[in-house]
Each structure stands twice: as structure tokens, then as C-alpha cells.
Design a protein. Structure first.
Length: 92
């Protein structure tokens, strides 16, 4: 394994490999937002025009229910994929 020594703080923080002294982890400023905004607004015009999509109001409990249902479907797919992979790899 690699042992890192951390130096600096915030955007100047670096992770240095103790054995070699090489910098292995650095903050890349290109991934920072140019400026934080107080409010983000979306324009659904393109989705409405191209897809025929219309936004609907969803209550918070409905939103949570939809998110949990989605996560449960996703986890079932992952489990099924793992079972198929195991079966295929076990038969080789």
C-alpha cells in the first residue's frame, strides 16, 4: 500500500507519498465553480419541446417514495447482475 502524508490546507492541500516524496493528490482548481450563485433556475423548455415532458408538482413524501423505489429497483438489478456474473464465472 501507499502511505500518504498530507500537507497544506484547503485548495493548497497535497497528498505526498511518504516513500518517494512524490505528490500523488492535489486539488485541481478547474473543478471549482467560478462563483457560487444564490439561486439556480432550470428552463424545462427543451425537455417540453423535444420530449413532450411536463413538470408535475410532487410532495416531499411522494418524492422520497419515488427515490426509495428507484433505489430498490437499482439494488435488485445489481444483485441480479452479481448472481449472473457469479454463475457465468463459476461455469468457466
Amino acid at each position: 500500500g501507499i502511505t500518504l502524508r498530507w500537507e497544506g490546507e484547503g485548495v493548497n492541500e497535497k497528498g505526498i507519498d511518504v516513500a518517494s516524496g512524490k505528490v500523488l493528490v492535489e486539488v485541481d482548481k478547474k473543478y471549482f465553480r467560478p462563483a457560487e450563485v444564490d439561486q439556480l433556475l432550470a428552463d424545462p423548455t427543451k425537455a417540453r419541446t423535444l420530449l413532450g415532458w411536463n413538470p408535475t408538482m410532487t410532495s416531499f413524501p411522494e418524492l422520497v417514495q419515488k427515490m426509495v423505489a428507484h433505489d430498490m429497483r437499482f439494488m435488485r438489478k445489481l444483485k441480479l447482475k452479481a448472481e449472473i456474473d457469479e454463475e457465468l464465472n463459476g461455469n468457466q
